[in-house]
Design a binder for this molecule. Sequence first.
Ligand SMILES: Cc1cc2nc3c(=O)[nH]c(=O)nc-3n(C[C@H](O)[C@H](O)[C@H](O)COP(=O)(O)O)c2cc1C
Length: 378
Amino acid sequence: MKLTTAGESHGKALVAIIEGVPAHLKINLDKINTELALRQKGYGRGARQKIEQDKAELLSGVRNGETLGSPIALCIWNKDYVNCLEYMSDGKCDKAKTLEKSVTKLRPGHADLAGVLKFEQTDARNVLERASARETAIRVAAGSVFKEYLSALGVEISGYVREIYSVKDQKEYTFDEIKLAKTTELGMLDHGKSELAKLQIDALKENGDTAGGVVEIRVRGLKSGFGSMMTYAEKLDARLAGALMGIQAVKGVEIGMGFDCARTSGKQVHDEILYGENGFSRKTNRAGGIEGGTSNGEEIVVRLAMKPIPTLMQGLQTVDYLTKEKAVADAQRSDVCAIFALEIIAEAVVSEVLANAVSERLGGDTMSQVIARYNQLA
Ligand SMILES: Cc1cc2nc3c(=O)[nH]c(=O)nc-3n(C[C@H](O)[C@H](O)[C@H](O)COP(=O)(O)O)c2cc1C
């Protein structure tokens, strides 16, 4: 399967094309729109989320609620684009000028400087419009299709927020407990910690500052054998890490115990193997469900670290690209914390990687072929 996205933050629309999805996968637009609404949720989001109420349109590849086997095209219209046009035409409001204005006071932590140099631009807006995390809306819509594909095989994906700024929730939760995270304000399962994190977000906002955090994504029900130890490019952990690092603002990915593996001994890390009525299993799951780049049948556990949002209302020191004079970085409306959204986006990205790994191994023109092949596996 192949996913391509296009679209700028304040352009007309975001679009996605997904190739290689088998025929007869049921697609429910309401489910896609529920995921999109979740991506816009979360304490600490900026004003843009009030303007956009993302709804996906299916342009091709689906008829009567089922895929045809042809490329699927999805689209989300940017409401802010129309706002810009309206404001510009009546000339009464300078909001449009804000959205359309050029950015030359380069923002640290953004693609601005690297982008203007690489693409020989004098206005960083020509770079930032695509680099913006607005693009993740269409990845979430596409991710919903991959999730449906995995769900048809009994594979479930869920996640929650473990850390925001200095608030840490280190409790271990079951997969069923994690499912409740989406009903909370911040994606955190511990109410007390969530309230504390809200206070911290408020204090940071007051100070013109921002926060990041850590999310955990879990996958239940994926059989062993997906990904491969035979070539490095096929390794499932490598593919997950690469894809997840492709999400804006993600600066670290760990699988299972991750970095903590390096800080303890082999006895405290490796999962002993058992055999019983249900075949092979493990005493523990410190490997996070992947060994030798291949799923081992245990839950997949992936954690992602998100850096603090780089647009600061009390801007950092920078340089104006045109004058080369010292300046304060450009700032426009922005999130203070977007960690809840990251959890939703990460689920979509994990779904894409896993759906691809399944599709490569099992092939299939139709979903019934894929399901039959999956059910034959041990
Ligand atoms: C869901 C989400 C929302 C984001 N919202 C903002 C925002 O409002 N303002 C901002 O400056 N950066 C925001 N970011 C982060 C930037 O998009 C990102 O840091 C920037 O594009 C540079 O990419 P890099 O951090 O991967 O180097 C957001 C990221 C995500 C995942």
